[in-house]
Design a protein around this ligand. Sequence first.
Ligand SMILES: O=C(O)C(=O)C[C@]1(C(=O)O)C=C[C@@H](O)C=C1
Length: 362
Amino acid sequence: MSEQEQLRAIRERIDAIDKDLMRLISERASCAQTVAEIKRAAGSGEDFYRPEREAQILRQVKDTNPGPLEGETLARLFREIMSACLALESPLKVAFLGPEGTYTHAAVLKHFGQDVQLAPMASLGEVFREVEAATCPYGVVPIENSTEGVVNHTLDLFVQSPLHVCGEVLLRIHHHLLSREESLDGVQRVYAHQQALAQCRRWLDANLPHAERIPLSSNAEAAKRAAQDTGAAAIAGDTAESLYGLNALKRNIEDHPDNTTRFLVIGRQESIPPSGVDKTSVLVSTSNRPGALHRLLTPLAHNGVSMSRIESRPSRCVNWEYVYFLDIEGHSADPKVKQALAGLRQEAELFRILGAYPRAVL
Ligand SMILES: O=C(O)C(=O)C[C@]1(C(=O)O)C=C[C@@H](O)C=C1
């Protein structure tokens, strides 16, 4: 067979497969419409989005992937199919720290897919308020970065807010130096969010030691400014680069190549049913006495529950008193976790389960 004939034959096969895919995806979308009718009839209100079910589907795709595509790639395709199906059931609006082009914007798309409705907010406080006021059912906020540590502002907002954690998103962060300038020589000012400036400190010291570093409220805001300002550059990601039409003078300038930010999905839904692989986030405080923190955490050890993170923040009520944010492995409804939490509750002065939610799949 000639090359032309071989190509024609395999392309006919691809056309036939695409037809099957189209039929199957449409059939799946019809099923989602039926799911929506069932939920409406049961009076499920705005609970069309089911994070535990989505996590189970994505995990299943990764675990049973026959290849040759990577599990992660296949899961991303299914992420988009589910996003479209959910939009058909009921469009989902998500608040995040805007403007468009921030890393939080990228985290929203990674977690919810492209069919989500975007509600960019001017500050983290506004994201919380928007969700508290039920204008948006969900919001996405950054919580910690692998290089720079915790985002204190988010933790402080949690202390005062009745909102719950419904999910987490892990995003590999690649920072680029974006500018209207043609080369590094023309850059006298660098705009960026202060976390991005910190994450690129060594690169900036080595390559732009004399440029002024100007912190702004977001990287997208920095890109917007750099697009209007000669002699300026911004540190931002891919989305901002294309959105604001800037040149990447240098890509991947982050000091640590595995630089990752963790985001939380916040909502008013008190609890998400177990997905099988979950985490629980808890807010606790204890008196400032010797051994108090040790006693507080003992029930976790006694019940064989592991803690993946502990952060402390000043309580803001009494000087030198702290609240602790704990992430523990497992769902608050798992018997072991339930027992550990009951022990914790007895020891703690303040105790609040912020949420039990599926561990990030993508
Ligand atoms: O199973 C459901 O409850 C659905 O609404 C269907 C579906 C899907 O496409 O598989 C869509 C949205 C939900 O967030 C979860 C799953």
